[in-house]
Design a protein around this ligand. Structure first.
Ligand SMILES: [Zn+2]
Length: 592
């Protein structure tokens, strides 16, 4: 680790940094815990040690320091993780160092593209306020947005021109960067090359799409034309080095704090619905932007909550995108409730026409996903004939199987049988099988370390200079007779720690599985072991090692006797006697 990384690590507080991504609760004097962002779970097994500045998950055994956390969650390499953490702590970056010229060029390009998007956003805002923006202002006022609201979401307007934005930006970046920004289009030429660029968004209301940090990375643009000339109602920025549609949740930058506080996210389909609901004070709202959720989006959302209230357009509730999103969230273990608004209104219209109180009441009345689906099945296949019941059940079975937990499947199947009035034993059996079908996740096995190993790991991980004598005892024992420790499961960690010099213990153990063992032990620790605990642990290791050697020797002696090799028997017996004596000496000097 270089000097800069060391400085950052000393100044960063891992608890604060991790809290920027997931919710943590204080669970001990030095520990915090929360839901692990790296595997699916419903009860928290992810712990952060505030003093030792590391994290560990008892479920998936991920562990490490602040940089490995940020690297893993942001999916970036070590140098980038250091820069991100430095940024969060307000530590100025030294001259940037990149591992390759390509990486440096990529980072430069992304920085430039962010700058272009910022300029474009400000420029679109300006156009909205100007004379050409009148029609857009009228549209937004019609949707109930005040000038302040417009400012909050930085809504803008792209004028009816093929070159206005290009002219504005052409001085700030070269042609390749402008092309890469996604703000422009061009026609492919006959020879396959790109033609000149022109403004992609024209005569549209511009809704900026921000990344989780609140920086604009793309746009959604709504047309103000109607009829044949209008083109698509909404168009979006294409995929760019900044923006990947499947990795962004609209409004998450503004909603994430409220999502954690409310302990659920409200999921709506359109950006306009989202803006409308947010501006009326329900701030834990995000939008899918009309397409089905991707696994990356689900993973992003899980960092903030595992409960979702879905309020999709009623006419779209059965749509593919909505069903796929709900299915994916279900499979990923989210708890889902579903809101249906009266008279088939979408959230935006409902909240404008009926008011926020009525909308909140509708949210409170959200039904469990299973109740909602059973109700839908009854509406789709009404009547009490067994043929209808069979159809209703076949509609429900895939939904039941999708639930990751057996308990929920059981409950869903039971509810369905009861509410559909299924008394037929064959059908009941079908439901039961559906509930059984998916295996529950096998619990990760707890570590196989014994008490002796735990004591030694804790002794070797001592950082308090006042406890140095205790640490020294363990270090000397391991370094003097490393072969005694070889058969222990934690042997690589013990050796790495004994040789760690002044390094941070967690960092010193480079093997991920071994580091996980150490992290797990340290998270259970309240204070370091005493000298006498360490001495008896060492003694026990030595005894075990000698006993195991004695077993080997006895087998070898028996073997030599069978072969009639008496010289060998004598030599082995001598060794055995030496070990017997060593063992007796050990036991006699046993510390109290
Ligand atoms: Zn985990």
């Amino acid at each position: 680790m270089n000097d800069f990384a060391q400085t950052v690590k000393q100044q960063a507080d891992i608890v604060k940094v991790i809290e920027g991504y997931i919710r943590l609760r204080k669970t001990g004097a030095q520990n915090y815990s929360g839901l692990c962002p790296f595997h699916k779970e419903k009860s928290p097994s992810f712990s952060v040690h505030a003093v030792r500045q590391f994290y560990h998950c008892f479920g998936c055994h991920e562990s490490g320091d602040v940089f490995s956390f940020v690297g893993k969650i942001e999916n970036v390499g070590f140098p980038e993780a250091v820069r991100i953490v430095a940024g969060k702590c307000g530590i100025p970056l030294p001259k940037r160092e990149y591992s390759s010229p390509e990486e440096a060029a990529g980072a430069r390009q992304r920085a430039k593209l962010l700058e272009l998007h910022e300029t474009a956003t400000a420029w679109f805002e300006e156009q909205l306020r100007g004379p050409e923006g009148a029609v857009a202002r009228e549209y937004l006022a019609g949707r109930g947005l005040t000038p302040d609201n417009i400012k909050t979401f930085r809504i803008g307007y792209s004028p009816d021109s093929f070159s206005a934005l290009r002219d504005r930006l052409s001085g700030s970046a070269d042609a390749d960067t402008l092309r890469a920004s996604g703000l422009f289009s061009s026609k492919e030429q006959g020879d396959g090359s790109h033609g000149p660029i022109y403004d992609r968004f024209r005569k549209r209301v511009m809704f900026p799409i921000a990344n989780e940090g609140g920086r604009v990375i793309a746009f959604t643009a709504r047309t103000l034309e109607s009829g044949d000339k209008a083109g698509a109602k909404y168009i979006n920025s294409p995929e760019t080095p900044l923006y990947s549609k499947g990795q962004v949740l609209f409004n998450l930058d503004k909603a994430k704090t409220a999502i954690r506080q409310a302990e659920f996210a409200l999921l709506v389909e359109g950006q306009m619905d989202c803006i409308s609901v947010f501006l009326r004070g329900i701030q834990n709202v995000i939008a899918t932007s009309g397409t089905a959720f991707t696994e990356q989006q689900v993973a992003i959302l899980r960092r903030h909550t595992s409960q979702v209230v879905v309020n999709f357009d009623p006419d779209a509730a059965g749509s593919n995108a909505a069903e796929k999103s709900i299915a994916l969230l279900t499979e990923e273990g989210f708890t889902i409730k579903i809101v249906t608004l009266d008279d088939g209104l979408d959230p935006d219209r409902f909240i404008r026409e009926r008011g926020v109180e009525a909308y909140m009441a509708a949210l409170r009345g959200a039904r469990r996903q299973s109740d909602y689906l059973i109700e839908r099945a009854r509406q789709m296949f009404p009547g009490a004939s067994s043929e209808q019941k069979l159809k209703a059940m076949n509609f429900l079975l895939p939904h039941i199987r999708r639930l990751p937990e057996k308990l929920s499947r059981d409950q869903f199947a039971g509810d369905a049988a009861q509410k559909l009035g299924i008394s037929d034993s064959v059908m009941r059996e079908e439901l039961r099988q559906a509930a059984l079908k998916r295996r529950d996740r096998i619990e990760a096995k707890t570590s196989s370390l014994n008490e002796v190993e735990r004591v030694l790991l804790r002794a070797l991980a001592i950082t308090d200079p006042e406890e140095e004598t205790t640490r020294r005892l363990a270090v000397d024992a391991v370094l003097r007779q490393p072969e005694y420790f070889e058969h222990l499961a934690a042997s690589p960690a013990l050796l790495a720690l004994a040789n760690r010099q002044a390094r941070d213990p967690i960092e010193a153990v480079e093997d991920a599985a071994q580091r996980a063992l150490l992290a797990e032990v340290l998270l259970h620790e309240t204070k370091p072991p005493t000298e006498s605990e360490v001495l008896s642990a060492i003694q026990e290791v030595q005894e075990r090692a000698i006993e195991s050697k004695l077993r080997d020797l006895r087998a070898q002696i028996a073997d030599a006797e069978r072969r009639g090799d008496f010289a060998e028997v004598v030599s082995l017996t001598q060794k055995k006697l030496d070990l017997d004596r060593a063992l007796r000496d050990l036991q006699r000097n046993k510390p109290l």
